[in-house]
Design a protein around this ligand. Sequence first.
Ligand SMILES: Cc1ncc(COP(=O)(O)OP(=O)(O)O)c(N)n1
Ligand SMILES: Cc1nc(C(=O)O)sc1CCOP(=O)(O)O
Ligand SMILES: [Mg+2]
Length: 209
Amino acid sequence: MTRLHGLYGLTDAKLMPSDNAMLEQVEAALRGGMRLLQYRDKSSDAEKRLRQARALRDLCRQFDCPLLINDDVVLAHACGADGVHLGQEDGSVAAARTYLGTRALIGQTCHDSLELAHRAIQQGADHVAFGAFFPSQTKPGATSAPLSLLQAAKEQLNVPVVAIGGISVDNAPQVIEAGADLVAVVHALFAAQEIQQQAERFSQQFQHS
Ligand SMILES: Cc1ncc(COP(=O)(O)OP(=O)(O)O)c(N)n1
Ligand SMILES: Cc1nc(C(=O)O)sc1CCOP(=O)(O)O
Ligand SMILES: [Mg+2]
């Protein structure tokens, strides 16, 4: 199992208006060194979601990059993804662990709370996400989290820690220095003019961490 570390991209239906656009953008990020991908699509179009998730699974496999599905354990299982990302309102981590098995990657959103993170790990999460560390264009209403939380998380938790929310090439060093193992990014990655180069810029920041 590869170590969870580096750039973590999340797909975005607005920035990726067709299957081809999505696959091209994701491939560019993979070529630039992205280490984990989350398929995040909030639509209720089950056929599209399964088709896109399967296409991403095939693409990610070529680059040895795990694929997680946002919110939906059933889709994660159906498309053969490596795991799932759950929010606090997206169903139980313990049930996801039972459903997807011991090898699945399961992350949970913990906002600004170490208590939520301890609970997530107890229930079977193998990584946890905190945020938002900076104002997010993708999710403007996200709860904000202080950088000091990352240092405390690294001291108290023995699983990889994800930082999310408004992360850019310019501010990523702050969260990485504070302890983030992965930076989860939508806008600063997939709205970039040159996605591969942008992914390389993010990835280079992990070379010494
Ligand atoms: C890596 C990562 N962190 C946090 C989230 C947010 O999850 P959630 O709170 O369930 O919100 P939605 O993404 O479902 O809108 C995430 N998706 N990924
Ligand atoms: C999906 C999501 N969850 C967040 C949280 O804080 O839980 S912030 C966020 C959006 C991240 O996108 P961008 O990199 O464009 O800010
Ligand atoms: Mg969710």
